[in-house]
Design a protein around this ligand. Sequence first.
Ligand SMILES: Nc1ncnc2c1ncn2[C@@H]1O[C@H](COP(=O)(O)OP(=O)(O)OP(=O)(O)O)[C@@H](O)[C@H]1O
Length: 252
Amino acid sequence: MNTAVKLEVRDLDLFYGEFQALKKVCFSLADREVAAFIGPSGCGKSTCIRVLNRMNDLIPSCRITGTVTLDGENIYGSMDVTALRSRVGMVFQKPNPFAMSIFDNVAYGPRMQGLRDKVTLSALVEESLKKAALWEEVKDRLKKSALSLSGGQQQRLCIARSIAMEPEVILMDEPTSALDPIATAKIEELIGELKKEYSIIIVTHAMHQAARVSDRTAFFLMGELVEWGNTTDVFTNPRDRRTEDYISGRFG
Ligand SMILES: Nc1ncnc2c1ncn2[C@@H]1O[C@H](COP(=O)(O)OP(=O)(O)OP(=O)(O)O)[C@@H](O)[C@H]1O
């Protein structure tokens, strides 16, 4: 396993106005490692992954202290936010393709970055769709609207859109919660492939999904990162009683 640290979070406190949503969160994610964030509703999982590509910048009441580094560089320092977001991509709970063709969805980010050459762009779109395990299903209808795809295909398209930016980290906020079991299985299988190239963090309410897809698991409770460890250890031999209660369904 690769042990080079990709993302490191130290003493992260996050406030929405007076409300503290994250409390002294610390963890580090290695290159090409998959982490799952689990915990009850409202415990801060989404807030925490949004910190990692500065999505919370858009919320005026949000204040952050602590440090977050990507390859050792402080992402809240002089790093350009657009550059950060191309290095740290995000896939949301509800598939959100743009109302344009399948091809244009994937080409959108690279075009915004100035890539105009048609041959290079086509190759990048094809490669991204292949990596997102969607190419075979869409290669004959790239000019068709992305909105004509099924929910599961739309989510893989959003993953392809993220891959086209050649990211280092992909954040996924409950990426399968709007999908049926077959589409969910496809995304889970895809995560297994994607981790060969990218570090991935997935927020999930499905404990079996966390156990299946991740190397590391973080259990959050009321803004606190209660437990962070190897997924097998967290699920079979948790250190904290609260983790054990949660994963065994005794919580609350
Ligand atoms: N923009 C915001 N302004 C104020 N409070 C917020 C904002 N976003 C989230 N919160 C609060 O921060 C806390 C953590 O929310 P967050 O969405 O991160 O939790 P979560 O663990 O992802 O929940 P869920 O599993 O339900 O998606 C909650 O109490 C929530 O109400």
